[in-house]
Unconditional design. Structure first.
Length: 249
């Protein structure tokens, strides 16, 4: 298990932050997550201290990220890297076979409608079937997503996270997004730090480790991360403490 207490943060790092389960506490549904003003202020202060080298790396679509962090508009990778906005505000998106993708959407949406507690989420370039409210349907939900994805062939892949199964464009993940950011200003030449909590964050941990950076796993479970924090509250406390220390240096 990775050791606790990552080292004190440094302003010369590049900061990559997952959201749900990392910066924000997990809720029953993605729509139930509410940001607090102090969480937005924390990210703003971090961006200022790091010279703009902060990016949000999430399974959420970029539009939903912006809603949570308004009025801030940060560099971000949404839908597990399928869409990315660089520090200049330029957005790039993955291509998808739309006809087949729409057929897969119909199949999963119809499956979700048959069972109470299942939540279908269409994000634009990816789609998710959440079963947090119906954990007894986990295997059936995963099977439905796998079956729908099979019709799309190699263009997509299935990804499993905490109480969710998703279809997303193949070849994109949080690690590939972090790698792209690290080749661009203001991230290039810095030491990357990535904090995440889920299996979907492991790609990011692996990339950051290869770059000699700091990977931080939130919560329990096996991980490639080098450090460990117990919960989102511990993440916020560690970042606040590091910012206070940096301001007083």
């Amino acid at each position: 298990m990775p050791p606790a207490s990552p080292p004190p943060l440094r302003p010369e790092w590049a900061f990559f932050l997952d959201l749900d389960g990392t910066l924000f506490d997990i809720r029953a549904t993605p729509q139930a997550v509410r940001r607090a003003p102090e969480e937005v202020e924390l990210v703003r202060r971090l961006q200022e201290a790091a010279g703009g080298a902060v990016a949000l790396i999430s399974g959420r679509a970029i539009g939903k990220i912006d809603e949570l962090f308004a009025p801030l508009e940060l560099a971000a990778a949404g839908q597990h890297g399928a869409e990315r906005r660089d520090a200049r505000g330029v957005v790039t998106k993955a291509d998808l076979p739309l006809r087949e993708f729409n057929l897969a959407e119909k199949a999963i949406r119809a499956f979700a409608a048959r069972y109470e507690g299942l939540l279908f989420e269409h994000k634009g370039l990816s789609m998710a079937l959440h079963y947090r409210l119906a954990p007894h349907l986990a295997e059936a939900a995963r099977g439905a997503v796998r079956e729908a994805a099979a019709a799309l062939g190699a263009a997509v892949e299935v990804q499993h996270g905490k109480m969710v199964a998703e279809i997303k464009p193949a070849g994109y993940d949080k690690g590939s997004a972090i790698g792209e950011f690290m080749r661009e200003p203001p991230f290039a030449g810095r030491v990357p730090l990535f904090i995440g909590d889920d299996a979907t964050d492991e790609h990011g941990f692996e990339v950051v480790n290869r770059l000699g950076g700091h990977s931080v796993k939130v919560g329990e479970g096996p991980s490639a991360a080098r450090w460990r924090l117990a919960a989102p509250a511990a993440v916020r406390a560690w970042l606040n403490e590091g910012l206070a220390h940096a301001a007083g240096r």
